[in-house]
Structure formats: structure tokens, C-alpha cells
Design a protein around this ligand. Structure first.
Ligand code: ZN
Length: 188
């Protein structure tokens, strides 16, 4: 499932790569592909146990979408990752447009694939809603397909939606809400 999704993501990316001008090339960094992506920053100091998994999840987003790029910073940042114990499981508290935080619940990620959980919650920060009835190939189906689902890449529809949501950078606004995973993604 991961391999299939990765191939699809790679194809989608390949289609977006266009020749860069010298000015564009100098303004971009490795992995940017010369698009006009807005950069959203995040910190991991609040989730020290999951630095590696967060990095992997973020890379899945950065290789899947072109209009927004996620970049780790040591302090400040548009959003943050935290870890701990919460009976309600992992969740995102976010305006759905790059701000807020992701909480990673220890018990939940012992049951569910941690990369999928983190990538899913980050999807909320990027503006995607839950869709628990979706298949495993859909990232925002969350825990709907069950703990055996380890796909941690957004599908084509989700990638397209995020690109659309970020076509105007930070210009779009949202109201910060807590997007809990109350039942299906919550630990049993
Ligand atoms: Zn969710």
C-alpha cells in the first residue's frame, strides 16, 4: 500500500516539475521543485520521542504536495507537535491553515501506525477534515480501516485538495478548532 501510494505521489510530482529560471533556482532549496510554495514551519521540541517519525510524516507531505512546504524550526513556528497521555487519543488543534498544534497520544500510537497517525493529524493542520468511512489508501480515513492500516501518504484527491487550499498561501483564514479522533482513531 505504501509502495503504491508512493509511486502515485512520485508520478504526480514528476508532472509538476518544470524548468526553473536562474532566479527561481537560486530562490529555492533542495526539494522545492521551483514552485511558489508557501513555507509553514513547525517545532518538535514538545514531542522529543517522535522526532524521527515526525520527520518521516513531514517528508510524506512534502513529496506529495506542491503549494505548501513544511519546514522544521527550533523555536517559534506556525504549529507544534506535542506528546503525552490523553484519554481522548491523538488530535489536532488547528485553524486548518497551518497554525495550532498536533498532540500525539502514547497509547494510541502503540495500537495504530505512528507514521499514519502523525501524517493524518498534520493533514488537519493543512486543512483536511476526517473521513473515517474511507479506505486505507485515504489518509484522512484515520483509524476507520483499523489498526492494520499503515498507509501514511495522502491519496490523489487529498493531495489535490491541499494544493487547492494553499493556492493562495496564508491568505485564507480559518477558525481554530480542536479536531479530536473521538472514537475510531482513539485507543480502545
Ligand atoms: Zn482526524
Amino acid at each position: 500500500m505504501i509502495r503504491k501510494s508512493f509511486a502515485a505521489a512520485a508520478l504526480a510530482l514528476a508532472a509538476t516539475i518544470a524548468p526553473m529560471t536562474a532566479a527561481q533556482a537560486s530562490a529555492t532549496t533542495e526539494g522545492d521543485f521551483g514552485t511558489a510554495a508557501v513555507t509553514v514551519t513547525y517545532t518538535v521540541s514538545g514531542a522529543p520521542s517522535f522526532r524521527s517519525q515526525i520527520s518521516t510524516s513531514i517528508s510524506h507531505w512534502n513529496t506529495s504536495v506542491t503549494n505548501v512546504r513544511l519546514q522544521q524550526v527550533s523555536s517559534g513556528g506556525n504549529f507544534a507537535f506535542y506528546e503525552g497521555n490523553d484519554s481522548r487519543g491523538s488530535y489536532a488543534s488547528t485553524d486548518g491553515h497551518g497554525r495550532g498544534y498536533v498532540f500525539i497520544d502514547y497509547a494510541q500510537v502503540r495500537q495504530y501506525d505512528v507514521i499514519r497517525v502523525i501524517t493524518h493529524e498534520t493533514g488537519h493542520v493543512l486543512g483536511l477534515p476526517d473521513h473515517y468511512s474511507g479506505p486505507c489508501s485515504e489518509l484522512m480515513s484515520g483509524g476507520g480501516p483499523g489498526p492494520s492500516c499503515t498507509n501514511s501518504y495522502p491519496n490523489a484527491t487529498e493531495r489535490s485538495r491541499v494544493n487547492s487550499l494553499w493556492a493562495n498561501g496564508f491568505a485564507a483564514r480559518g477558525e481554530q478548532v480542536r479536531i479530536a479522533e473521538p472514537q475510531i482513531f482513539a485507543k480502545s
